[in-house]
Design a protein around this ligand. Structure first.
Ligand code: NDP
Length: 332
């Protein structure tokens, strides 16, 4: 007899997309050599777009969304993975073209799985999730570009969101002076300071006005989760030899900027992608997260929900109304 498990399934009828929690069996799962008992997943901005259908993230219907999962191996055809191993998976088209993490069970390719480093629980791995993993990639990109705590301040945009919250905590622990840019500077000020922000600025100063080609040099580095006018304004404020790690598009995917920061101030704009990041980089990032992220701060930025809550939370994250990270407890 096949085991039944609960999953959030997104279906499409003509142009109408809908999401509901249902019961599936192993035969509903896609191909893969490892079956995972999913303990936790998480709602990222991209998952919000996928579940609400506000952007064409899902490329196959019906599909279980969820770009992240963490859990234990149930069955494995790969000798490198054994029953009970703790694993984490993000990206590789999970929740886009392959059934994702919003289910009690997943069958995936072993190449996509990363053994979870000691010191990070499956719940903490999902409190980090794609957003936190991407924040780590952004910090590693700034380090590679030579930005050190001595270079000057680092600004984090979309500060109260998932990428922003983890980026602030990481940068603070690594000794950087962190400037948090948030549209919720007033309501989330105490929260951002608790994470490690040294200064909080109102994001509207960056998001609302068209950027000047060059502006006052304020920051040595930036982690930008917002894109559009915000990224253009950030670039015009970066100091000589500074760098910006750009990973997001919460404001928009356009970039209304000039080349002047690059050619007159030697500024570097670094693109950061988590989905197809190579395996060695993934392993390095998860190990850095195990050592460089203050897990007590992770608890402060995390809200736990159940699978049934996901459709409502998906609407909230797309509206920019969630704070920090949202973890789905699949054992609840
Ligand atoms: P969240 O929704 O948690 O955070 C985004 C934050 O951006 C919000 O909390 C808000 O911060 C700010 N924001 C939202 N809407 C707007 C707007 N219209 N104008 C200006 N600021 C806005 O999302 P995540 O942290 O999960 O993801 C952030 C971005 O990074 C997304 O665009 C996502 O797609 C992208 N991303 C990219 C990845 C990659 O591989 N490149 C991986 C992960 C995420 P506040 O209220 O503080 O201003």
């Amino acid at each position: 007899m096949q085991d039944r498990f609960r999953a959030l399934l997104v279906t499409k009828d003509r142009e109408r997309q809908s999401a509901r929690v249902t019961e599936l069996t192993d035969s509903d799962l896609m191909d893969g050599d490892v079956t995972v008992s999913v303990e936790y997943s998480t709602v990222n901005y991209k998952d919000g777009l996928a579940v609400t259908g506000k952007a064409p993230i899902i490329r196959k219907f019906p599909l279980i969304p969820g770009v992240d999962l963490a859990g234990r191996v149930l069955r494995s055809q790969n000798p490198d993975f054994h029953e009970g191993d703790r694993v984490v998976l993000n990206g590789y088209g999970l929740g886009e073209a392959h059934h994702g993490g919003f289910a009690e069970r997943a069958r995936v390719k072993s190449d996509w799985l990363i053994p979870l480093p000691q010191g990070i629980s499956t719940a903490q791995a999902m409190a980090i999730g794609t957003a936190g993993f991407t924040a780590m990639l952004c910090v590693m990109a700034l380090e590679k570009a030579g930005i050190t705590p001595g270079s000057g301040d680092v600004v984090v945009t979309g500060a109260a969101g998932g990428v922003g919250s983890v980026a602030i905590s990481l940068l603070d622990k690594l000794g950087y002076r962190v400037v948090a840019s948030s549209r919720r500077a007033e309501s989330e000020g105490a929260y951002l300071r608790e994470l490690g922000a040294d200064e909080i600025i109102d994001a509207r100063g960056l998001s609302d006005e068209a950027a000047r080609p060059l502006d006052k040099q304020r920051w040595a580095g930036a982690v930008d989760a917002v894109g559009s006018r915000t990224l253009a304004n950030v670039l015009s404020h970066i100091k000589y030899d500074g760098a910006v790690a750009a990973c997001g598009l919460a404001q928009g995917s356009d970039l209304p900027a000039t080349v002047l920061p690059f050619i007159l101030r030697n500024v570097t704009l670094i693109g950061v992608d988590s989905v197809m990041a190579p395996r060695e980089k993934r392993q390095a990032a998860w190990h850095r997260l195990a050592s460089d992220l203050d897990l007590s701060k992770l608890d402060k930025m995390t809200t736990k929900i159940a699978l049934d809550d996901v459709p409502a939370v998906a609407e909230q994250i797309v509206a920019g109304k969630t704070r920090g990270r949202v973890v789905i407890d699949l054992k609840a």
